[in-house]
Ligand binder design. Structure first.
Ligand code: NAP
Length: 281
């Protein structure tokens, strides 16, 4: 496939570029420096030159608290930019895969969120991402929206990499005990994003590693154990005690109703994925 990756400098973007290259795709990788998705002229120029068969959009403004203070920037990057890519894909006849988030849900549900649940974001970040989903789907029929959550991957500043670093230094850790999500390994997500580009069956997919999900504290405890740092304590704290500017869903565990029906096997259990991640970290 000839695949264009936007947001190629981010945690997921890097994993997607590596995976597609390993699969033998012709990959055009664009970080923000060479393709700002909010710049209409730049998007057009890149599409005219590259003529991709599929586009995987990993670009987003992912600073959840930052979005709360700058909704215009959040909307530009997470909604208008996504819409522009979708329009460019329509003109180019390209399949469009774009990543959304578990934060489109409010977290009040018990259990897993599926495609049957109405989104109801409670943060500016979540609202901007939902606007991006909807604008892309309205702009281009061949759009696949991938909602995911709690991503851990190599090279990024993510919760899990920080936990493992601190544990290896023997530091006592704190992690939120009363927020639940479905951890997702960036490498597994990257492979699935490519599968979905190839499949060309538009829709909304919930893509996370298998298992019952976890609280941040449990996630951290398993990370400590698999990274060979037994004995390092993880103290559970409440989300409210952090007084963060943006509200987050208390429960944002995802499950997909359609992946298996279209022939996609479940991703590995998140504990196994975490073991693989820790071994390479
Ligand atoms: N990380 C998670 O736990 C998580 C959970 C659910 C969903 N997601 C979604 O997963 C996707 C990938 O996230 P990630 O974790 O890889 O985040 P990330 O590491 O922050 O990567 C996002 C990338 O997008 C780039 N970017 C920002 N604005 C841009 C623009 N206007 N044009 C082009 N590129 C732009 C960023 O560049 P700069 O760094 O230069 O700004 C960064 O390289 C996003 O859609 C995110 O919303 C992430």
């Amino acid at each position: 496939m000839k695949i264009l990756v936007a947001g190629a400098g981010g945690m997921v973007g890097r994993a997607v570029v590596a995976h597609c290259a390993a699969r033998g795709d012709e990959v055009s990788a664009f970080g923000r420096q060479n393709l700002d998705i909010t710049d209409r002229a730049a998007v057009q120029m890149v599409f005219d030159r590259e003529r991709p068969g599929a586009v995987i959009n990993c670009a987003a403004w992912t600073n959840v608290d930052g979005c709360e203070f700058d909704p215009v920037r959040a909307y530009e990057a997470n909604a208008r930019g996504v819409e522009m890519l979708a329009r460019a894909c329509r003109v180019a006849g390209a399949m469009f895969v774009t990543i959304s988030t578990d934060y489109v849900f409010d977290g009040r549900k018990e259990g897993f969120y599926t495609q049957r649940d109405d989104p109801h974001p409670i943060s500016t970040y979540g609202i901007s991402k939902l606007c991006g989903e909807r604008a892309a789907q309205a702009a281009h029929a061949r759009t696949t929206v991938v909602r995911t959550g709690w991503i851990f991957g190599h090279g990024g500043k993510n919760f899990l990499a920080t936990v493992i670093e601190q544990a290896r230094r023997g530091e006592r850790l704190t992690a939120i005990e009363d927020m639940y999500g479905t951890p997702t390994y960036a490498d597994d997500l990257a492979a699935r994003l490519r599968d979905l580009a190839e499949l060309d069956l538009p829709g909304v997919y919930h893509i996370v590693n298998s298992g019952e999900g976890a609280s941040f504290a449990e996630f951290a405890r398993v990370a400590v154990a698999v990274s060979g740092c037994e004995g390092v304590e993880v103290d559970g704290i409440s989300a409210d005690s952090l007084h963060r500017p943006a509200p987050r869903p208390r429960n944002s565990r995802l499950r997909c109703l359609v992946s298996e029906a279209v022939g996609l096997a479940p991703l590995a259990d998140w504990r196994d994925a975490l073991r693989e991640f820790a071994a390479r970290q």
